[in-house]
Design a protein around this ligand. Structure first.
Ligand SMILES: Nc1ncnc2c1ncn2[C@@H]1O[C@H](COP(=O)(O)OP(=O)(O)O)[C@@H](O)[C@H]1O
Ligand SMILES: [Mg+2]
Length: 363
């Protein structure tokens, strides 16, 4: 397997530019999740890698092989690119046996019969499915079908596997099973995988690294899941990955105040950068960075509490502003739990300050 490098890729449909000078490298043997909202250009990038659309600028390389170079006029045809692809919902063909499914890409390449058979069986071995060669897909579990789809992607001697929203329409339990399956096969084969999703949860479960793409088709952050959760590059990443609360903040007569509608502004005694006091800013805080503290000037009303086995989830109202709070069992033991209907003091342990989104400064 090899690394994949997109360098300065621009792709437009008519005069609608979807990707503009887009660069990303997926290291060899890693699984990288490209995460972004629907319509931001993820599939467009995949199609550029597969050779199904032609970028206006840039270079695409896999290992030391250049697949596309706009300036040098290199454009390797799709069928010669050696990229395995798994599409939505592990689409194996229901009327073909497992073996026939895996043979199919090689048949299309018009390979000799012996070779097709040998390579297909090898691909099935790689995903531990040889004993199911004669089965039809409907005789297999979801996880096994996923393995067949991966074998079919591997059979063309792929340098890299691309999975474009492979499990989007499945129910939660099956999704979980698929993600484990993909992870296991990736580890065993030391495969390079570019995994595309709009779902941050599956990205967090799966990836070595995450690339976050925003609606305008630009990459806003590339890093490990820890880096992205703990050090988000901007408001978009903070909001898109993980759960977040936002509270409008401004300068009051004696320091910063939180504007939560209804009651008068609430004095905020935490640190606030100067620029966030100029108006139009919001304080961002994760649910697990809010703690109960009776001495805090920020009072909140507990509207609901749910016990989830290893943590408590709360909805609190500060004035008219609803916030989510997550409390670990450890914290519940030391600080105590809050009850529904109670008013409690709360404190923010870790805060960020971002300009409010347009049209959202209603309180
Ligand atoms: N063949 C096409 N012709 C014109 N516009 C397209 C075509 N394919 C995609 N688009 C547009 O390009 C943008 C990105 O699409 P896509 O790459 O499919 O997004 P994603 O996979 O992130 O959901 C969208 O605005 C979409 O409507
Ligand atoms: Mg897509």
């Amino acid at each position: 397997m090899a690394n994949v490098k997109f360098d300065n890729i621009t792709v437009s449909y008519g005069n609608h530019t979807v990707l503009k000078n887009f660069s990303l490298e997926v290291e060899s043997g890693r699984i990288v999740c490209l995460v972004g909202p629907s319509g931001c250009g993820k599939t467009t990038l995949v199609r550029a890698l597969l050779g199904l659309n032609k970028p206006e600028t840039g270079v695409i390389t896999v290992g030391d092989r250049c697949l596309f170079d706009a300036k040098k006029r290199v454009n390797v045809p799709a069928e010669k690119r050696n990229i395995g692809i798994v599409f939505q919902d592990y689409a194996v063909w229901p009327h073909m046996t497992v073996l026939e499914n895996v043979c199919y890409p090689l048949k299309k390449q018009r390979r000799p019969k012996d070779e097709i058979q040998k390579r297909a069986m090898h691909a099935l071995e790689q995903v531990h499915m040889t004993e199911y060669a004669k089965h039809l897909p409907n005789q297999l579990s979801g996880g096994q079908q996923q393995r067949v789809a991966i074998a079919r992607a591997l059979v063309v001697d792929s340098d890299v596997l691309v999975m474009d929203e492979p499990i989007t329409n499945l129910d939660a339990k099956l999704r979980e099973e698929m993600l484990l399956e993909i992870r296991m096969i990736q580890k065993r084969l030391n495969a390079t995988i570019l995994y595309i999703t709009h779902d941050q949860q599956s990205a967090l479960q799966l990836c070595d690294k995450m690339a976050i793409m925003q609606q305008d088709g630009t990459l806003c952050q590339y890093g490990t899941d820890e880096e992205i959760i703990l050090h988000p590059a901007n408001r978009f990443t903070f909001e898109f990955i993980g759960v977040s609360n936002f509270i409008p903040i401004e300068k009051g007569p004696a320091g910063a105040v939180l504007k939560c509608g209804g009651a008068s502004p609430i004095p905020y005694d935490g640190e606030v950068p100067q620029e966030a006091l100029g108006g139009g800013y919001e304080l961002g805080v994760r649910p697990n960075d809010i703690v109960f503290d009776p001495s805090s000037p920020i009072q909140a009303h507990v509207t609901s509490r749910v016990f989830l086995g290893s943590e408590y989830n709360y909805f609190l109202n500060i004035g008219e502003k609803q916030v989510r709070v997550q409390q670990s069992m450890l914290d519940a033991r030391t600080r105590g739990v809050a009850k529904e209907g109670e008013t409690v003091g709360i404190r923010f342990l870790n805060t960020r300050f971002y300009p409010a989104k347009k049209g959202e400064q209603t309180v």
